[in-house]
Design a protein around this ligand. Structure first.
Ligand code: DAH
Length: 340
């Protein structure tokens, strides 16, 4: 028996020396000291011994048990210390290493342009308003006096959700919402996204931005329209900017016009930006058609108004001399970072 105890101790020692993880030491504990462990088996088999033998062997078995427990404890601690050392080595920070560059985001040129336009109109007492990108066909076309066969209604030009709902093709439906929700005097501008079924090329994108404007009050005339938009052009493109209004047609305004500004690049002499003409078309505008005012519940005997709408990408492209609209949507940081 004693011989066996000695062997067990030797065996446990050897196994512990070879162990490389805390898990392994646990297995060793179970193997020798566990309920079905080798040492436990010996203690269990002592029933057949004389009391004298039992006492002596019991003492020795307990001593062996103690020794194995001590060895286990020592080994566990040693292994833990090694693991901690390894962890410290892993977590060590080399403060002399060069830092990784953190890129700070920049504002997108479309955002910058909307903010510039907004600043000018706010300074003239306009309030910012917004409408949904998913609109009713009624607000986008019918309420804006577009006849039932207006070409813009064609499904090849407009993204329809169903017969009554579409992705707005212009910000003008915000006019309808504003006229319904507010009493004159009204003076709002509304930036936002618009959508048209266009194949992307250098000047077309199926998603783009517009800024709409609407003024309704007693006694508003075309002179107010010209005064406000001329002032906008000077604040946006420079004090020396001249404006020119050309007759045009929009269903929701009568009379309608397009406004050109003298080229802010060449001052009107003719260059690449203005394609040699000295003028750049910037926006559509006009006196709000009585039919539109009526849908909005406005008394057309008492009130008149003017409206305008401009393409944000167009203004941004002209101002920053960007020659392809697709550059605005590719999220190439090398492009965006130029607008810091
Ligand atoms: N909605 C027009 C378009 O998308 C732009 C426009 C023209 C808006 C004249 C207006 C306006 O408010 O009066 O082409």
């Amino acid at each position: 028996m004693q011989e066996r105890l000695k062997n067990i101790l030797e065996d446990a020692k050897k196994k512990l020396e070879e162990a490389v993880s805390v898990d392994e030491t646990e297995n060793i504990r179970v193997r020798f000291l566990g309920k079905k462990g080798e040492l436990t088996e010996i203690l269990k088999s002592m029933g057949s011994l004389t009391p004298e033998e039992r006492k002596q062997l019991g003492q020795e078995a307990n001593k062996t048990k103690q020794q194995i427990e001590e060895l286990l404890q020592e080994k566990k601690e040693a292994l833990k210390a090694i693991a901690q050392q390894a962890k410290f080595r892993m977590e060590k920070i080399d403060v002399t290493e060069p830092a990784k560059e953190i890129k700070v985001g920049t504002k997108h040129p479309v955002t910058i342009t909307i903010e510039e336009i907004a600043k000018v109109f706010k300074s003239m007492g306009f309030t910012l308003t917004e409408g949904p990108e998913v609109e009713t066909v009624f607000n986008n076309f019918d309420a804006l006096n577009a006849g039932p066969y207006h070409p813009a209604r064609d499904w090849t030009d407009t993204f329809y959700v169903n017969d009554e709902v579409l992705l707005r093709t212009q910000t003008s439906p915000v006019q309808v919402r504003t006229l319904k929700a507010q009493e004159p005097p009204i003076r709002v501008f509304a930036p936002g996204r618009c959508f048209r079924c266009d194949t992307p090329d250098a000047t077309h994108s199926p998603m783009f931005h517009q800024v709409e404007g609407l003024v309704v009050d007693e006694g508003i005339t075309m002179a107010d329209l010209k005064g406000v938009l001329d002032s906008f052009a000077k604040q946006m493109f420079g004090e020396e900017t001249k404006t020119k209004f050309r007759p045009h047609h929009f269903p929701f305004t009568e009379p309608s016009a397009e406004m050109d500004v003298s080229c802010f690049k060449c001052g009107g002499r003719g260059c690449r930006v203005c394609k040699g003409s000295g003028w750049i078309e910037i926006l559509g505008c006009g006196m709000v058609h009585p039919n539109v005012l009526k849908v909005g519940g406005i008394d057309t005997e008492k009130y008149t108004g003017f409206a305008f709408g401009m393409g944000v990408e167009r203004v941004a492209m002209l101002k920053y001399e960007i020659d392809d609209i697709r550059l605005l949507y590719e999220n190439d940081m090398r492009f965006i970072e130029q607008f810091k």
